[in-house]
Design a binder for this molecule. Structure first.
Ligand code: KG4
Ligand code: ZN
Length: 330
């Protein structure tokens, strides 16, 4: 299989990776977290400008890491949605120009297809499987009956799981991005101290909802200003993880699948990892460098599509801020 370059600039990370035969040869991510930290979240205009100023340096580092030159590339892929439109445009047009200049195929990739491809990478997982995508921008469950076929079984009705971690971390006075910080604080708290109501408990479907939980934390902190913050963090984390795990397990049971693939930044959460390990399902979790936003996942998804057959050229594709994951044409 050819050497594919993948680019992701959908949010606040400039990611470029190189992949050949399912093997990740390079995966360079320039994080903007420090830039956005003071604002408690991603500032879209700042994100686009920063992508523009660092993307050529990230490309050079990725080529050096893989020990290849531009001349060795055989395809270029970039995320075209969903994401912040100004941020997406940077990677999409950078990739498209690179492909045009080098006379290579250009493959636009859906961000979530990238997360799923990265989570399933390594060769040991085969469809059918259920995929839980839990990141700062998305929380969805997909049934993947075969490579390239995606049926969304459920999604969050409000905040994504990572977004809930980030917003709650902010309430607890922790810096952005708050997910890993909150998890660290939770490690020394009592997770039974505050019995928050588990969200979406009585539904028959597979949707999620996390904004009520964040509001419950805000109310608790108002009413009990002296509450031990580690206890609050631990109780919040346990409620989110139990919601993710129980809904994913139910989806797997109802769909008759015994493999669960977990994608997105929240897959780095230790409690989620240990609860899933004890779930009885065959669980496939990506290493953290492939779980959070990165360019290699986009190259992996593009390579899988090229393996399945010819891919229509992506010269005309626009950046799409809102884009459901549908099965691509191949
Ligand atoms: O997939 P990702 O890198 O970017 C998006 O597409 O959003 O996910 C980032 C999200 C952030 O909300 C971050 O707080 C969360 O993943 N995250 C975590 C952990 N590590 C990252 N959430 C909980 N526990 C963690 N250990
Ligand atoms: Zn993502």
């Amino acid at each position: 299989m050819p050497l594919i370059l993948g680019i992701d600039t959908s949010c606040d990370d400039t990611g470029i990776g190189l992949v050949r035969d399912g093997e990740v040869l390079a995966n360079v991510v320039a994080s903007q977290a420090a830039l956005h930290e003071n604002f408690g979240g991603v500032v879209p205009e700042t994100a686009s400008r920063e992508h523009l100023s660092v993307i050529d340096g990230v490309l050079k580092r990725a080529l050096a890491q893989a020990g290849v030159g531009l001349i060795d590339l055989e395809g270029v892929a970039a995320t075209f949605g969903p994401g912040l439109v100004g941020a997406l445009l940077v990677g999409l047009n950078f990739g498209r120009s690179l492909a045009w200049g080098l006379d290579l195929p250009f493959i636009p990739v859906h961000h979530l297809e990238g997360h799923i491809a990265a989570a399933a990478a390594g060769g040991s997982v085969e469809p059918p499987f259920i995929c839980l995508v839990a990141s700062g921008g998305h929380t969805s469950l997909f049934d993947v009956p075969s490579w390239g076929e995606y049926t969304e079984l459920g999604r969050t009705r409000d905040d994504a799981a990572g977004e809930a971690f980030d917003k709650t971390a902010r309430l607890l006075g922790l810096p952005y991005p708050g997910g890993p910080e909150l998890a660290r604080l939770a490690a020394r708290g009592n997770d039974r101290a505050h019995p928050f109501t588990p969200p979406m408990q009585r539904q028959e479907g597979f949707d999620f909802s996390f904004s009520g939980l964040k509001t419950a934390v805000a109310t608790l902190l108002e009413r009990q200003p002296g509450a031990d913050l580690a206890d609050v963090a631990a109780s919040f984390q346990r409620t989110v993880v139990e919601s993710l795990v129980s809904t994913a397990l139910r989806a797997a049971n109802v769909s008759g699948r015994n493999t669960l693939v977990v994608a997105g930044g929240v897959a780095a959460n230790e409690l989620l990892r240990s609860e899933l390990a004890a779930s009885g399902l065959r669980v496939h979790l990506p290493p953290p460098s492939l779980a959070t936003d990165n360019g290699a996942m986009i190259a992996l998804a593009a390579e899988a599509r090229l393996e399945r057959g010819p891919v229509a050229p992506g010269w005309e594709v626009d950046a799409q801020p809102y884009l459901p994951l549908a099965s691509p044409p191949n």
